[in-house]
Design a binder for this molecule. Structure first.
Ligand SMILES: Nc1ncnc2c1ncn2[C@@H]1O[C@H](COP(=O)(O)OP(=O)(O)OP(=O)(O)O)[C@@H](O)[C@H]1O
Ligand SMILES: [Mg+2]
Length: 418
């Protein structure tokens, strides 16, 4: 690794609406912003890359902009993965330590975690994260770090996030085609969580919903660990489509109208307000009640959060979200979305801006950049955890638990437990 590669970190989010590259220097005081680039993403649909050349070209454009600001070439990066092909499962497994109680060491912890993850996974799935939730030593549960404790049976409960191997590999290939080596693939809401969630929310129980263009990606934290990950296949593009169909206007105009005049609560808009709506073809634009636009958007917003609610309930985690729901992603910019979310989910809803990377331009502190910013914080933590590993497994385990997220795993290829 060159000195640049050692001290700098690049994160790339190949979203359905935009590709964003963010470069930060890793200093003793945390990551410091160096440069970024943004380009339209034209190669993705519904969270999956469908046109490799277009996706690679959009990565290249975003990276070139960032390189110009940084004044050095970007050759490796962390990349985000999200979309309906991602799934999370909880799994449990353990080891017997013999008839006489003995002390738990690093090897026993690793073996217990390996047993917990040893379920049959279809060949077309790839493990993105292995996230230990708790350890159970004999009858005692809720243990975060069993090293040094004494017992006869150690069990681990883990959350495993998997992705379609093809979809994840396509993202990596798009970056490779743009000349970028991928160091790690990260499930995006896990990264967003680093820029968005408060530690007390993760302890109390919270659902982070990243409303992108193609999908709404979910992660639920409870008692500091990841309890659930899931995806609702509805994003901002579906809202735009509804507006295009409902107002009979071209997609590009529907997108502009949605952003400028959209609202998720019809009654917030005065009955007399009118908006100009371009027609399809050569017909002249028409004036329409703004409320008509908002009826379309309110219905879609309600549907989205009904799906979120049902998905959380089905996974048995809705009741765990005592701290409520936190929204991010560009789709969360829709006016009054939090009110509709609260009404459907019957939980408090928060819409924070991502925590800024030091020296970051204010324009990046927006919901659609939560994932790429979070990846920088996440990558920084991973580096700290790795250097702790060099000082010994115990130190690393403690470093991992000390992180804001509780104990969060890494890629299968660089798994914590190996
Ligand atoms: N003011 C706004 N009101 C409503 N929707 C908005 C607004 N601003 C942006 N959006 C929507 O946010 C979406 C883009 O969000 P974002 O940039 O987070 O998506 P992405 O990360 O590229 O997509 P994905 O995460 O699904 O791959 C678009 O559908 C866009 O219409
Ligand atoms: Mg996104």
């Amino acid at each position: 690794m060159t000195r640049f590669e050692q001290n700098f970190l690049t994160a790339i989010d190949v979203g359905s609406a935009k590709t964003c590259a963010l470069v930060a220097e890793l200093t003793e005081n945390g990551p410091r912003y160096c440069g970024h680039g943004i380009s339209d993403a034209r190669g993705s649909r519904k969270g999956v890359i469908v046109d490799l050349d277009k996706a690679a070209a959009s990565v290249q454009r975003a990276v070139e902009q960032a390189e110009q600001m940084v004044g050095a070439p970007v050759e490796r990066a962390l990349v985000g993965v999200a979309g309906p092909h991602v799934r999370g499962v909880n799994s449990r497994g353990g080891i017997s330590l013999g008839s006489r109680a003995r002390e738990i060491g690093r090897d026993e912890i690793r073996q217990a975690v390996e047993r917990a993850r040893a379920f049959n996974m279809p060949e077309d799935r790839q493990t993105l994260h292995l996230l230990p939730q708790q350890f159970i030593l004999d009858a005692q549960d809720g243990i975060r770090d069993p090293e040094g404790m004494v017992g006869t049976r150690l069990e681990a409960q883990v959350h495993v996030v998997t992705a379609s191997a093809t979809a994840a590999q396509t993202v990596v290939t798009a970056l490779n085609r743009a000349g970028i080596h991928v160091d790690d693939t990260i499930y995006e809401p896990l990264a967003s969580a680093d820029a968005i969630l408060r530690p007390d929310e993760r302890e109390l129980g919270v659902c982070l919903a990243d409303i992108g263009a193609g999908s709404t990606d979910l992660v639920v934290y409870y008692e500091g660990a990841v309890a659930h990950t899931g995806v609702v296949p509805i994003g901002g593009d579906h809202f735009t489509n509804d507006v295009a169909v409902g107002l009979r206007t071209p997609l590009a105009d529907a997108e502009k109208i949605k952003k400028s005049f959209g609202c998720a609560v019809v009654t917030k808009i005065p009955e007399t307000n009118e908006i100009e709506v371009p027609a399809v073809g050569d017909k002249p634009s028409r004036l329409m009640p703004q409320r008509f636009l908002c009826e379309v958007l309110q219905a879609r917003t309600q549907e989205l959060f009904e799906h979120v609610r049902d998905s959380l309930r089905h996974a048995g985690v809705l009741e765990l979200c005592g701290a409520g729901i936190v929204l991010t992603g560009g789709g969360a910019r829709l006016n009054a979305i939090a009110e509709t979310a609260e009404q459907v989910l019957r939980r408090p809803v928060r819409l924070p801006l991502p925590a800024p990377v030091d020296k970051m331009p204010a324009a990046l502190a927006a919901p659609e950049f939560a994932a790429v910013i979070g990846m920088i914080f996440y990558g920084n933590r991973m580096r700290l955890a790795r250097s702790a590993q060099e000082q010994g497994f115990t130190a690393r385990l403690r470093a991992l638990f000390a992180r804001k997220t509780g104990w969060q795993g890494t890629n299968a290829g660089t798994s914590d437990q190996r």
